[in-house]
Design a protein around this ligand. Structure first.
Ligand SMILES: C[S@@+](CC[C@H](N)C(=O)[O-])C[C@H]1O[C@@H](n2cnc3c(N)ncnc32)[C@H](O)[C@@H]1O
Length: 205
């Protein structure tokens, strides 16, 4: 049932919502900073691919266990102006050489990766010295009333939204993994329900 739901409803819905114009505007503020060999944690349907600067990016390696999301993004993957390879693995178990990656990109995936801390720690080990993490995530809201409802509804939301969590504190998670956040923007995105609208985006070393 979970497989059927993900395939027919969940994944196409996520692809559609995550590809909407107001989300793309946030992506466009972050993704073009990527350089060199990029590792994208939870690449999904490749919605970031058109936003990488082909003059700066040499290769994108995507990690995502969902074959269905990759299928939905097949045209974007094929159209990229640089090599894209996808590893159908979990972000927690990436098998790449240490210090081989210039930029780690993670957008709207730390909410879903079951052990997001472990995935970030694994990604950090793969970064070259001076490499950068670029992130754009929704998470725990600062307003106590919104946060309380995020906690209350997280279980139901998690099942409907293919494993997504509403209430993770993203900057804290990134710092716990050993990154130092250099720039951080935080705001409620217009156009999303408040429960899922509190965005954290920026760059970390
Ligand atoms: C909401 S989608 C976001 C996709 C894409 N990053 C974007 O910005 O559109 C969350 C993605 O996380 C992926 N995911 C779930 N568990 C994961 C894991 N353990 N490791 C890596 N990715 C995972 C899902 O398959 C899905 O593609």
């Amino acid at each position: 049932m979970a497989g059927f739901y993900e395939r027919v409803i969940g994944a196409p819905l996520i692809n559609c919502l995550c590809g909407s114009g107001f989300i793309t505007r946030y992506r466009a503020e972050i993704v073009p900073y990527a350089t060199g060999h990029v590792l994208e944690l939870g690449i999904g349907s490749g919605l970031n691919l058109p936003l990488y600067d082909p003059a700066k990016v040499t290769r994108v390696t995507g990690v995502d266990p969902s074959a269905r999301m990759r299928e939905l993004g097949a045209a974007r993957l094929a159209a990229a102006a640089f090599p894209v390879d996808c590893i159908g693995l979990s972000g927690e178990d990436i098998d790449l050489p240490m210090a081989s990656i210039d930029t780690v990109v993670v957008t709207f995936s730390l909410c879903t990766i079951p052990n997001a801390l472990r995935a970030l720690q694994a990604a950090k080990r793969l970064l070259k010295p001076g490499g950068e993490l670029l992130f754009l995530e929704h998470g725990r809201a600062p307003d106590p009333i919104v946060a309380t409802w995020q906690d209350r509804l997280n279980g139901v939301w998690n099942r409907l939204a293919c494993g997504c969590n509403l209430n993770r504190n993203m900057p804290l998670l990134i710092e716990e993994a050993g990154f130092e956040i250099q720039t951080l923007g935080q705001e409620y995105a217009r156009g999303l329900p408040r429960l899922a609208a509190y965005l954290s985006f920026g760059r970390a070393h």
